[in-house]
Design a protein around this ligand. Structure first.
Ligand SMILES: Cc1cc2nc3c(=O)[nH]c(=O)nc-3n(C[C@H](O)[C@H](O)[C@H](O)COP(=O)(O)OP(=O)(O)OC[C@H]3O[C@@H](n4cnc5c(N)ncnc54)[C@H](O)[C@@H]3O)c2cc1C
Length: 384
């Protein structure tokens, strides 16, 4: 694995970095302040192929690998966490569901429009009573012969109200040992009975949409079921394995943004007649940030690389997500403290970085759940 990226990875990094700096950075503050979803920018990056980076060209994507995708998410998050989350949920979760669980016909119908940037995707697993324990899914899907009727609700869904296609989990039955059987269903947003409920007011990531999905007798044809209607739970876990690489990359980008902001600030800001960066307490904070960020980057890229090699990457993805998200929290906090009172007001972006970073410790499995996943594998415990 090459940490000093070369070839197409380096070139993609440069392209994303340049576009984010020139076209996106100037509009971030206004969107965040007004809690406005960046419709135009999402449309534009879709046209540039950024909504299908790791998806095969056959399905409308850019045909690049997971490492390229991680690098792109990192660079987007370095400028705008909200946009990175929009892209990550769309790509890893919604497109990921079709890549992992779809037939060629389903990919033609649903993945190609998403990967080519014409349709935004959303992924609905979480419910009011089913968060860390996704097996608590209460939304149901019952077969009516040649289709399925879905009833229930989802909560905290990224891209709610903006997505044209949702991949959702619904309970299809109960196994003989009492476990929930869950299926994965593709639900186009214009299906009768489907609606978007309340959009959340959040701590951060203000320009991303997070909301409720309601299913009131939503009927989808048999062709909208991904794989075995009783075996979707395993599919959702596999989707989340991939998603964790992108949340790790998002965390990495936020941490890097915090360091990028802190370095010039502590070099220029003077107190007691000296730049504050010359005080050991401040300098060591920067040293810790720089070191931890490199370690997080190595873990995120390694997880992506393992996936690209076709090797097991679930453990590596959980470790990368756990570590990078906690580094993001520490680094953004350290950057804010290094700005003193200026870190607490909106003139500087470090407060936004800290607010956005907290989500990376929660979404796609909290840090506690990552530790659970890691411990089970390291200790070789049977997953119950
Ligand atoms: C901005 C945002 C975007 C999101 N986007 C999506 C999306 O697109 N799609 C989607 O499906 N979901 C999404 N989510 C939901 C997210 O994945 C869940 O919030 C997360 O999995 C935690 O579930 P919960 O909120 O119900 O918390 P809970 O599961 O109730 O957890 C509360 C606390 O209990 C701890 N805990 C729970 N169980 C255990 C255990 N067994 N061992 C140790 N500790 C435990 C947790 O770590 C946490 O600290 C999003 C959430 C947010 C905030």
């Amino acid at each position: 694995m090459d940490l000093d990226l070369s070839g197409e990875h380096a070139s993609l990094r440069q392209t994303v970095r340049a576009y984010m700096a020139a076209e996106v950075a100037p509009v971030v503050d206004a969107h965040e302040r007004e809690r406005r979803f960046p419709v135009e920018i999402v449309r534009r990056i879709g046209e540039m192929g950024w909504l299908g980076i790791p998806i095969a060209e056959r399905w409308g994507g850019a045909g690049m690998d997971t490492l390229a995708y991680a690098v792109a998410i990192e660079e987007i998050a370095r400028v705008w966490g909200s946009l990175a989350l929009i892209v990550a949920a769309h790509t890893s979760l919604a497109c990921g569901g079709l890549v992992l669980g779809g037939t060629d016909e389903q990919r033609d119908a649903f993945l190609t429009p998403m990967a080519s940037g014409q349709v935004i995707g959303g992924y609905g697993l979480t419910e009011p009573g089913a968060g860390s324990d996704a097996s608590g899914t209460r939304t149901t899907a019952r077969s009516d012969g040649d289709g399925w009727v879905i009833d229930g609700a989802k909560r905290f869904i990224t891209n709610a109200g903006q997505a044209g296609t949702y991949v959702v989990a619904a309970r299809t039955g109960t196994s003989t040992d009492g476990r929930a059987q869950v299926g994965a269903f593709v639900v186009p947003a214009d299906t009768p009975g489907f609606s978007v409920g309340r959009l959340e007011e959040k701590l951060g990531l203000h320009a991303s949409a997070t909301g409720e999905l309601h299913f009131d007798g939503v009927r989808v044809p048999e062709g909208n079921v991904l794989g075995d209607p009783a075996g979707g739970f395993r599919l959702f876990l596999r989707i989340l394995d991939g998603g964790r690489i992108s949340i790790g990359a998002l965390a990495l980008g936020l941490a890097q943004a915090a360091l990028d902001a802190a370095i010039p600030y502590v070099r220029e800001r003077k107190q007691f007649g000296r730049p504050i960066g010359s005080f050991e307490a401040v300098a060591f904070r920067i040293a810790d940030m720089a070191t931890e960020i490199e370690a997080a980057r190595a873990l995120v890229y390694r997880a992506a690389w393992l996936r690209d090699q076709g090797r097991d990457f679930g453990l590596a993805a959980a470790q990368a997500k756990l570590f990078a998200s906690e580094v993001a929290s520490r680094a953004t906090n350290a950057a804010l403290l290094s700005h003193g009172g200026y870190g607490y007001v909106d003139d500087y972006p470090v407060g936004r970085f800290l607010r956005d970073a907290k989500l990376t410790e929660i979404g796609e499995g909290t840090s506690d759940i990552q530790r659970l996943v890691i411990a089970r594998q390291v200790l070789d415990l049977r997953v119950s």
